[in-house]
Design a protein around this ligand. Structure first.
Ligand code: 13P
Length: 230
């Protein structure tokens, strides 16, 4: 299984360093074989190798330049970061990232062989319209994205399940992942209120190759507990 921790705007440089080392020690000691990623804030990026891969939550599609507030490849290279989240709904909705911009980022980092966790997910109004509407929405979020890229992982995160404690039902996850699987060969992650209490149920769903976890990843205890349950 793939376990990815999205810290969002939580944790500091020091707490991230402690977290990653603690997690690595626990994984090695327990012989955990999962593929594990941690995405800290940009200010806490650090070099880290397997079994814990550190990635960036965002980057601008340029080496460096006049892009106030952004980080580019030069800043990622300093830490040997080659893994990136692209298309998270919080960046799309709160920071106004258009599909065009998301696709531009994807193409830039794909051309440089980055590993990309690419996020899609529908708002509640679309979910309420049924499966066909969800499929159309998610396919729009894949517009301009080369889904055959070998270093792609896709994360399905229904927006209404993020940070709400309201996980999609196993049936809804199964049908959405089956639909995505008809289009995409890449590993598929589910995200949205995943926690130690529901990980077994979610991990057992067909076509769920891993999880992308926000809130329940912030403490090593709970992120690690999930790994030991599946
Ligand atoms: P929560 O696990 O807090 O719902 O967040 C999910 C998420 O957005 C991960 O990217």
């Amino acid at each position: 299984m793939i376990f990815a921790a999205n810290f969002k705007m939580n944790h500091t440089r020091v707490s991230t360093w402690n977290y990653v080392h603690d997690l690595r020690d626990r994984m090695v000691e327990a012989g955990v074989e999962h593929e594990v990623y941690v995405f800290p804030p940009a200010s806490a990026l650090m070099g880290a190798h397997r079994p814990v891969v550190v990635g960036a939550q965002n980057a601008y599609p340029a080496m460096q330049g006049a892009f106030t507030g952004e980080i580019g490849m030069e800043q990622l290279d300093e830490f040997g970061i080659h893994t990136l989240l692209i298309g998270h709904s919080e960046r799309r909705m709160l920071l106004g990232e258009s599909q065009e911009k998301v696709a531009e980022k994807y193409a830039f980092f794909k051309a440089r062989n980055y590993e990309i966790i690419y996020c899609v997910g529908e708002p509640i109004e679309v979910r309420e319209q049924g499966d066909a509407a969800v499929e159309a929405y998610l396919l729009e979020e894949l517009e301009g994205i080369d889904i055959h890229y070998g270093r792609l992982i896709v994360a399905y995160e229904p927006i209404w399940a993020i940070g709400t404690g309201r996980t999609a039902t196993p049936e809804a996850i199964a049908s959405t992942h089956a639909m995505l699987r008809r289009h995409i060969e890449a590993p598929l992650l589910y995200g949205g209120s995943v926690n130690p209490a529901n990980i077994e149920e979610i991990a057992a769903v067909e076509n769920v190759d891993g999880v992308l976890v926000g809130g329940a990843s912030l403490e090593v205890d709970s992120f690690f507990e999930m790994m030991t349950k599946v």
